[in-house]
Structure formats: C-alpha cells, structure tokens
Design a protein around this ligand. Structure first.
Ligand code: B12
Ligand code: SF4
Length: 417
C-alpha cells in the first residue's frame, strides 16, 4: 500500500469515494445496532476480529459475535470487525491505496495488535491470504515483524491448523470465550514490557490451548508423511490441548446481538442451545472436535431469548447447535418459548436438525407463536442403518439416520425462500 498506515485512524475519508462504485456498499459502512466503537487510546490491546468471507455470510456468525462482546466488555481491550471485501472493492482499494479496514471505525487492520480470524470452514483459508494482502501484512508469519499484528486463527477449521500453519502466528484450539482474555493479558504485558515478537509468541505458547506453529519443527518420513512435530524451545508444550467452555450458562453471549443494516444470510437472533453433538458420527469433524456435549439450561435459553430480542428488535429466534432437536429438553424449551411468545408474531426456528430427532409435537410448538418458522434438515451422511435408539413415539417412519452436516435442505428457512 502506498500511503503510510497510522494505527487507529479512520480510513473512511479515503474509502467513502469508492463506495458509489461498488455493489452493496452498505456492507462496508458499519454502524449496526449493538456495534461498539471504543476510542483507540482507551484500550491497551486492540483486536481486529475477522470472518474471512463476505459481510452477508460473516456478520451473523455467533462465534465472532461472542468474542467481540467478551473483548469489548474488558476495560483494557477493544475489538472491531473486518470481513472479506468483494472483488469490485478489492480492485478499487488496490488502485487507490486503501488497506483492509474494520467496519466499526474503519481503522486499518494492520495497525491492530491481534488479527483474530474465525475459520468455521476451510473455505476461508484462501480469503485469509487476500485479507492479509489487502491489509499490507506479509502473508508468511516468518516475514512479519513487531510492526505487524499477531495473526491468530480459531474456530472449527483451525482445529487442524497445519494447512495454514505458515500463514498464521498463533492458533487457538477449541472454545474461545476464555482464551481471548488470556491472550489479551499476555499481549498487554508484553507491550508494557517492550517485548519483541519472538518473546511475545513464546509467552503466548504458554497459554493453554494456544499453538504457535513457528515454535515447532516438522520432520517428514520418506513417503512425505509427517514423522514428528517437535517444539524448538522449552516455551512451547509438546502437546497442545483444546479449550472447553464447560458451562454455557456462565457465558450467555451474545447478550447484544448485532443487527445488520445490509441483507445477510440470517436475519434473526440466534441462541446456541448446546455445544457438541450427542451422536458422534465417525465421519463428522464438528461432532468430534466439539466434544463433550454441553447443554444450555432451559432457563438460560429463555433468559437469552428474552434479553436478545429486547436488545436487537428481531422477531425471529433460531435455536442453534449441531443438531438442535437433540437437546434433552428441546420439547420443554420449545413449549416454554411458544407459551411466552404465542400471538406476538415471534418466529422460532431450528437451523440444524436431524430428521429422525424431529417430531410433530415439536413442529406444533414451533408454529404456535403465529409465524411461519424455519427448520433446516441436513441429509448429508444418510445411512440405511436402522437407529435402534430412536424412540417409538417418533412420527417419522424408520428413516435412515440422517444427520446435520454441511449440506442442508431448508424447509421454510428464511434464506431459502
Ligand atoms: C449457522 C451456521 C451456518 C450459517 C451461518 C454461517 C455463519 N456465518 O455463522 C450458514 C447457513 C450461512 C452456514 C453456511 C455454511 N456452513 Co455452517 N454452520 C452453522 C452452524 C450451525 C453454527 C455456527 C455457529 O454460530 N456456531 C456457534 C459458535 C459459538 O461456535 P464457533 O463459531 O465455532 O465459535 C467458537 C469457537 O470455535 C471459537 N472460535 C471461533 N472463531 C474463533 C476465532 C478466534 C480468533 C478464536 C480465538 C476463537 C474462535 O470461539 C467461539 C466461542 O467458543 C455450524 C455448526 C455449529 N454448531 O457450530 C455450521 C458449520 C460451521 N457449517 C459448516 C459448513 C460446512 C458450512 C458451509 C460450507 C456449507 C456449504 N456447503 O455451503 C457454508 C459455509 C459458509 C461460509 N463461507 O462461511 C460446518 C463446518 C465444517 C468444516 N470443518 O468445514 C459446520 C461445523 C456444520 C457441520 N456440522 O459440519 N453455516
Ligand atoms: S454428522 Fe450431524 S449428527 Fe453426526 S456427529 Fe456430526 S453434527 Fe452430530
């Protein structure tokens, strides 16, 4: 990028003239309900949180929304969001020397201390490179200096981070609620002590759940398979264990869900009702890496719905998880919400549901509020094997064990109209 990057200053004056020339400029302006802008000087640690896809896909992501709120609640930190820009704007940004910016205060991403990237899927890998390039941050971790942000990957598709190991400085394995605070503490102390990048990374390697690829060496067997991955310093553990947020009721986030100004894939409030999956299908990455199952209590769900609707103004609630109808109290949760919101026009939806865990009672509760609701059934991974565990009360025929995975068929879901 031609113009110097001044950390913390707004690029909006340079960005705004480009916006009339691109599609959907509203996705770049920020100002959403519940968005947070903190003065730069008020925080000691500055986080840019990135969903490496277009705004309309990334904004509704719960993971990023949770971390954004958890970090912004800290008095010593600020967090802003950045998304992948569409190619039309990317071209103009390159032409006019406008670097990758946050949508909250339009600050240059390169000026933040940490660039935290959420990889829900591997599809985001290549977008990370485009974002780094637009930001003016060297693509390879080895080429970065103390002037550049620490590039941190998290989320499901960072659980096996080796494909992106050369491009990220740090990886957080597992749940993020607690680790982002611990990373903030280390970065804050490192800045205060004037530590260099290498020393800071060594300190970060001591945070449980944090993997610093640059502190390990990989040796390969004759056929090219990995033989061993060994730490090159005592600061790095031989094995990194994932983080697990054990009680979801202790973390009722997002409390203030973001409400987009532009059209997005999900325009509803989501409450994550459990993490993990009861089924453990052997082929499923998400089911394995999010173990063990942790349910949010009926009361916790109800409080989050109440608070989230009030804070956002949404009129639809999605009960989110890997397989929502498998929550052990899903019938009572749906009934409680239907009783509470009957006649208010508030829709309830189950965005990820195994067909064989669904029944007519549940369907009735979901529609009692008076609004058409959404269900997403996902047939990928169907099997002819009968499921002996299925209760006899299920109204569906002895169907194949149909699972919620990546490819979904939506029935009345808002983005499949
Ligand atoms: C809602 C949803 C969607 C929605 C909304 C997407 C969105 N922006 O969130 C829609 C329908 C658009 C969608 C689309 C797709 N999805 Co989807 N989706 C989900 C679902 C059901 C919920 C996501 C969520 O909000 N989770 C809850 C939050 C709290 O969890 P989280 O994001 O993992 O975040 C936590 C940690 O991972 C961590 N963390 C996350 N990011 C970061 C970053 C940092 C820096 C740190 C420190 C920590 C951290 O901290 C968070 C809090 O603990 C998940 C299943 C699930 N339950 O997670 C599938 C899931 C993520 N989707 C999946 C897939 C495959 C897709 C698609 C590729 C499907 C397709 N074929 O098109 C597309 C890809 C879209 C894209 N380009 O990003 C897979 C991903 C598997 C994989 N390894 O690739 C999942 C896991 C479903 C599954 N059963 O396999 N999806
Ligand atoms: S495929 Fe579906 S049901 Fe099976 S473990 Fe994965 S999320 Fe759970």
């Amino acid at each position: 990028m031609s113009s110097p990057i001044v950390p913390g200053t707004s690029l909006y004056d340079r960005l705004e003239p480009l916006l009339p020339r691109v599609r959907k400029p509203v996705q770049y302006v920020g100002g959403e309900r519940n968005a947070t802008v903190t003065p730069w000087a008020d925080a000691q640690v500055h986080w840019a949180l990135c969903y490496p896809d277009a705004y309309e896909v990334g904004l509704p992501n719960q993971g990023l929304m949770i971390l954004y709120e958890v970090l912004n609640e800290r008095p010593d930190a600020l967090a802003e969001r950045t998304y992948a820009v569409w190619p039309d704007l990317a071209e103009l940004m390159r032409e006019h020397g406008v670097p990758q910016f946050t949508v909250d205060a339009h600050r240059p991403v390169a000026g933040f201390d940490v660039l935290g990237v959420s990889f829900a899927t591997e599809l985001g890998y290549t977008n990370l490179l485009e974002i780094l390039d637009l930001a003016g941050v060297p693509l390879h971790a080895a080429e970065r200096t103390g002037e550049h942000p620490l590039v941190l990957a998290g989320g499901h598709a960072a659980f096996n981070p080796e494909p992106i190991a050369d491009f990220v400085d740090i990886v957080a394995l597992g749940d993020g609620e607690q680790v982002v605070g611990e990373i903030t503490d280390v970065v804050k102390a490192a800045k205060a002590e004037g530590l260099g990048r290498r020393e800071t990374l060594e300190r970060l390697a001591g945070v449980p759940g944090v993997y610093v690829p640059g502190l390990y060496e990989v040796t390969y067997a004759a056929g090219g398979a990995i033989e061993a991955v060994r730490p090159t310093t005592d600061a790095a553990p031989a094995r990194v264990h994932k983080r697990t947020t054990s009680d979801l009721d202790d973390w009722p986030y997002p409390k203030q869900p973001l409400v987009p100004l532009a059209e997005t894939v999900h325009e509803r409030m989501s409450v994550e009702i459990f993490r993990g999956c009861t089924r453990g299908c052997r082929f499923c990455q998400a089911g394995m890496i999010t173990r063990p199952v942790r349910e949010r209590s009926k009361r916790g769900v109800s409080e989050m719905v109440e608070q989230g609707l009030a804070a956002s103004g949404y009129s639809e609630v999605g009960l989110l998880s890997l397989s929502s109808a498998d929550h052990s109290e899903i019938g009572e949760i749906a009934k409680g919400l239907a009783d509470r919101y009957e006649g208010t026009g508030t829709g309830l939806s189950l965005p990820s549901t195994r067909v064989d865990a669904f029944n007519v009672d549940l369907a009735e509760e979901l529609t009692r509020s008076g609004r058409r609701s959404g269900l997403t059934f996902a047939p990928e991974g169907g099997s002819e094997r009968p499921d002996a565990a299925r209760p006899a009360s299920m109204t569906l025929p002895a169907s194949p064990a149909i699972c919620t995975t990546s490819s979904s068929v939506s029935v009345g879901s808002p983005h499949m109209k």
